[in-house]
Design a protein around this ligand. Structure first.
Ligand code: HEM
Length: 525
């Protein structure tokens, strides 16, 4: 009797808990629904034409959030839809976050150049790690000051100064391709060139020999790869995360890079200390950064070891800033290896273009005793066309990001773009728009011959305006050096494992081929 009374009480409590739970659940759903309705009315309220198909949790980027397509492809689809509707711009929602997509070229130019002061920042990452403490992610006065300090490290004179360090690494790359040619096996070229660009950054940026080309398990290479692996999600976010994200209660990323961060921090600190204590001069980025640290700026000095004499009390570059910048160079090198992998994808498919390029390389190198040098690369104009055409079809940073940094009225209208709105310039779509590039799916390097030139504000693989890529010269130099070294001696063909057209990896911060680029190499006579 007592027991059944207890049972009755338990049942009553369970029923009332269930009712409470249902009330809370329905209340939460109602709140979510009302909030979503208000949120997703944002663009209509601001008079900006928007995309109709808005999902309660994902906004308009469902396919990219669920890792079915890359962000760049999804933004590209919106670009095409808005353009077909005759619109100059349009609004979408990334989760619940209003995102403004630009279509019209004059508007793009205005945002990037004339009204830059309203769009002076890149899309900020929320991670509180040193990986995001760099020029790309800085804003306001901090960005201006850092850009002014770092810009002199990327002049053509400084590129020439570092060229020999870079050239040495191309020899290691050529050795690996020699092995590839001797076995005749298909090899994934992105991994190979990533080892090359990692050795270049190790040597030019961090001032160490990390030997990724010989040892794929080298700690430096593995930590470097770790950054990009962690930034490329392998699975779509869990349901509860989606709710928190769509309510704006959670930041986008939550990754743990503590170990990798500690590794690179120690590396930079130890190297700087060693160089300062032993007055070691090495012609690389770190050397230039030590000069900024001690002298506040880069000046031409007679004696290289004078950079160790402090000419001011306040440090021109803190150790934390040095580590942050070195680490961002890593990202710069990822864009270069991506470019190289697409170069080899297209050259392997287009044998006549590869042959024409090889002819140019042989002709130029004949004048330079068969050696690749800084000056010989300047004469390889067709090589430059091949790189430009690759960057057209496959811009590594395939959507240019901006953030509206103060309320902005779109010229000729009363549309207000509010501070903190995300802005996207859909580069992949612009570069593949048939209105601007005839038969855009075809790989035609001649589009960039001297008489054709580049179309401003449509073709912008390095971005445009005051935030344009600072490492442009370095990126092109290392891509060109690798192409000239390898094509001089080897012919490349595409293995059937490589799908074409390539499928881009969803979630990847840089455009890349999901299945990899598999090629075979044979020695040329
Ligand atoms: C082919 C190779 C590369 C490509 C396609 C590329 C592309 C880009 C793009 C599109 C941007 C954004 C520009 C904008 O928002 O207008 C950028 C920014 C930047 N890149 Fe590169 N990049 C490459 C190589 C490099 C290298 C090798 C380095 C460094 C060694 C580098 C350093 C930077 C820096 C520091 C910024 C930030 C500039 C700022 O915000 O002021 N890049 N890059």
């Amino acid at each position: 009797m007592v027991q059944s009374r207890t049972q009755q009480l338990v049942k009553m409590h369970s029923a009332s808990y269930l009712i409470y739970f249902l009330i809370v659940f329905v209340g939460l759903l109602g709140y979510l629904f009302r909030k979503a309705k208000k949120t997703y009315n944002y663009w209509t309220e601001h008079g900006v034409p928007s995309e109709n198909n808005t999902h309660l949790l994902y906004g308009n980027l469902k396919e990219s959030i669920l890792l079915k397509k890359s962000d760049a492809e999804v933004y590209g689809e919106f670009y095409q839809k808005f353009k077909k509707r005759g619109l100059k711009h349009g609004g979408v929602y990334f989760y619940s976050r209003p995102t403004w997509i630009l279509v019209d070229l004059d508007l793009i130019k205005t945002v990037l150049i004339s009204d830059f002061q309203y769009f002076a920042a890149h899309n900020p990452m929320y991670l509180n790690t040193i990986f995001f403490n760099n020029l790309f992610h800085m804003q306001g006065e901090q960005w201006k000051d850092m850009r002014r300090k770092l810009a002199p490290t990327f002049t053509s004179g400084k590129m020439k100064m570092m060229f020999n360090i870079l050239l040495e690494k191309t020899h290691g790359l050529a050795d690996l391709v020699a092995d590839m040619a001797s076995t005749g096996e298909a090899t994934e070229i992105k991994e190979l060139v990533a080892r090359f660009t990692t050795d270049v950054i190790g040597s030019c940026g961090f001032g160490i020999e990390c030997d990724s080309l010989n040892d794929v398990n080298s700690t430096f290479f593995q930590h470097g790869q770790n950054i990009f692996k962690k930034l490329t999600p392998k699975a779509a976010p869990k349901f509860y995360k989606l709710i928190l994200l769509s309510l704006g209660l959670m930041k986008r990323f939550n990754i743990n890079l503590d170990e990798t961060e500690a590794f690179f921090r120690k590396l930079v600190e130890d190297t700087v200390k060693y160089r300062e204590e032993n007055k070691i001069v090495r012609k690389d980025f770190l050397h230039l950064m030590i000069q900024i640290k001690n002298n506040g700026t880069i000046t031409d000095i007679l004696n290289d070891s004078d950079i160790f004499i402090k000419s001011r009390d306040e440090s021109g570059l803190s150790m934390e800033e040095m580590v942050g910048e070195c680490l961002f160079f890593m990202a710069g090198f990822e864009t270069s290896s991506t470019t190289l992998s697409f170069v080899f994808l297209e050259l392997s498919r287009n044998q006549s273009i590869q042959e024409k390029l090889r002819k140019e390389i042989h002709t130029v190198l004949e004048k330079y005793n068969g050696t690749v040098s800084y000056d010989s690369l300047q004469e390889m104009t067709y090589c430059e066309c091949v790189i430009n055409e690759t960057l057209r079809k496959y811009p590594p940073l395939a959507s240019l990001p901006r953030i509206c940094t103060k309320d902005y009225t779109v010229p000729g209208s009363d549309v207000l773009i509010e501070k903190n709105t995300m802005v996207v310039i859909p580069l992949l779509a612009l570069h593949n728009d048939p209105d601007y590039f005839l038969e855009p799916e075809k790989f035609i390097p001649e589009r960039f011959s001297a008489k054709n030139g580049k179309i401003p504000f449509i073709y912008m693989p390095f971005g445009e305006g005051p935030r344009q890529c600072l490492g442009l010269r370095f990126g092109v130099m290392q891509v060109k050096a690798a192409i000239a070294t390898l094509l001089n001696r080897y012919n490349f063909t595409l293995d059937k494992k490589t799908p074409y057209p390539p499928k881009f990896t969803p979630g990847s911060p840089v455009l890349s081929v999901e299945e990899g680029v598999w090629v075979r190499a044979t020695k040329v006579k």
